[in-house]
Design a protein around this ligand. Structure first.
Ligand code: 4AD
Ligand code: MG
Length: 480
């Protein structure tokens, strides 16, 4: 008797082998055919019951959602749907699922909207769609580590609670141990953080970059892969309050090297899932096709999911400076016809997602790397160019997603960095440790951050970021 996962059994040709398998009932028809799923694959295994010799009261308990242990013989299947099946010799109902109660949940076998599934995020993993998404997500995580480990990067764990604001955006969740009804106050009546748990103001990290930079200055090439938090109140299909970010940081590497790395990295992880998640991607491709049928023709994508993924792995990303991009946008049809919500008028403007999507989806029709942005719209740590007004920043824009990567070459010159901090009113004393990296063996270095959920969105063809993380955290929502 071999105890096996359904994924293994479906690939097996060991017919007549005695097998044991556990799983949940997806369907039960003609009092005879159980479709069983154990999460190892999108596909169910058919288990055929000898119903004539099974008591009626036991048969009644084989219902959608119930957990079963099945022992039987692996057989070549006569059905057209599958190549193997299990002829059941004995089975155990491990956990019942009352049909009356199942009916009230998303486990009931009918089409439920993604909104409905979100309300039952603890059960949605039993659906084909979420099984596929989360298996792809898992494989993508593995590919991330595999890429960096193969390329001599070291994995570092940067703190989740920090006293610094890496992006200078001021959109952070506070961390405190104080009694909010009765916080410690100083003589002036202000909250006295000296009396708080850490003796200072702290928050959940928005990025591990600054700490990763210090590690790159010793380990050479590092990457983080961990949760990050943003308290921005943007209720969009691309923003989460808690998301996972991958942040490589590389010593002795300039912006060109950084762009090469980002492109190579994305191509690797996408190729990896194309190779290793075939069944799930095929399922997601068909799901997307069905979904698109309900949309007006103009909104449908030209390429199917797999073709879109292959396109990314096989074509170069287009590299365009911010200045060139502004020219293209300024002279574009939607801008001239006043179709943009934020018209492009002058150099220096920040780009909105409508502009990014125009460049990627309409103009270049491929992933785009925009670089050399105006200093004024980017973070303090980016390296100032010789022109004195642009910085060595890069954003990677993806079709259907918009910004997927944000990165830069870092300002390695102590005096320039200090000046920039002064201009932005960033306290040198708070970042004394960061400035030390520029005092002791400073060097050209670069890095970027890739939003993991945006990558999963792209790869799975899903359209709402809430559907590619198990339990999304968004404004007004922290259920589960
Ligand atoms: O562009 P961002 O803010 O860059 C940084 O945090 C840098 N410190 C990264 C670095 O250079 N090491 O964020 C990086 C990426 C974005 O391109 C986007 O993909 C993702 O993180 N991201 C979000 N994903 C989901 N929800 C949000 N609220 C996100 N904010 C950023
Ligand atoms: Mg950004």
């Amino acid at each position: 008797m071999i105890k096996a996962k359904i994924a293994e059994l479906l690939n097996s040709d060991q017919f007549l082998q005695e097998v044991e398998v556990n799983g949940w009932v997806r369907s039960f028809r003609s009092n005879r055919f159980i479709a069983l799923n154990d999460g190892s694959t999108i596909n169910n295994i058919q288990c055929v019951i000898d119903f004539e010799n099974t008591p009626e009261d036991i048969l009644k308990r084989i219902t959608v959602g119930a957990a079963l242990n099945i022992k039987g013989t692996l057989k070549e299947s006569l059905g057209s749907q599958q190549s193997v099946e299990v002829e059941v010799t004995s089975f155990n109902i491990l956990g019942d699922a009352n049909p009356e109660e199942v009916k009230l949940t998303i486990l009931s076998p009918k089409r439920h909207s993604l909104e409905k599934l979100r309300e039952q995020a603890h059960l949605r993993i039993r659906t084909n769609t979420f099984g596929a998404i989360m298996r792809v997500r898992s494989k993508l995580s593995f590919a991330v580590h595999s890429y960096f480990q193969q390329n001599n990067f070291h994995y570092v764990n940067t703190p989740i609670i920090t006293g610094s604001d890496a992006e200078g955006a001021g959109e952070m969740f506070k961390v405190t141990g104080m009694d909010l009804n009765n916080p410690e106050r100083d003589e002036k009546g202000n909250i006295n953080y000296k009396e708080d748990f850490f003796g200072k103001e702290t928050n959940l990290t928005v990025s591990g970059q600054l700490e990763a930079e210090t590690y790159a200055m010793g380990l050479g090439q590092v990457y983080t892969f961990g949760p990050t938090f943003r308290a921005e109140n943007s209720n969009t299909s691309r923003h989460l309050a808690e998301f996972w970010m991958i942040e490589p940081e590389i010593a002795f590497c300039d912006l060109d090297g950084n762009m090469d790395l980002a492109e190579d990295f994305i191509k690797y992880v996408v190729s990896y899932v194309l190779e290793n998640c075939k069944d799930d991607l095929e399922f997601l491709e068909n799901r997307l096709k069905d979904d698109e049928k309900t949309k007006p023709a103009a909104e449908r994508s030209d390429l199917d999911l797999l073709a879109k993924l292959k396109f990314v792995t096989e074509n170069n990303f287009k590299r365009v400076s911010y200045t060139e991009a502004i020219d293209i946008l300024k002279n574009s049809k939607p801008n001239k016809k006043k179709k943009f919500q934020y018209p492009i008028e002058e150099w220096g403007q920040d780009l909105q997602s409508e502009h990014e999507r125009f460049l990627v989806e309409k103009h270049f029709k491929c992933p785009v790397i925009l670089f050399d942005y105006p200093a004024d719209i980017k973070a303090f740590y980016m390296r100032l160019n010789e022109d004195g007004k642009t910085v060595r920043a890069m954003d990677i824009l993806f079709p259907g997603i918009g910004e997927i990567v944000g990165g830069s070459q870092r300002e390695e010159r102590l005096d320039v960095l200090k000046e920039k901090m002064k201009a932005l009113d960033i306290d040198e004393k708070e970042l004394w440790w960061y400035l030390d990296t520029r005092k002791f063996g400073t060097c050209v270095h670069s890095g970027f951050g890739l939003g993991f959920e945006r990558l999963v969105l792209f790869v799975t063809g899903m359209t709402n970021i809430r559907d590619v993380i198990p339990f999304p955290r968004t404004p007004q929502n922290a259920e589960f």
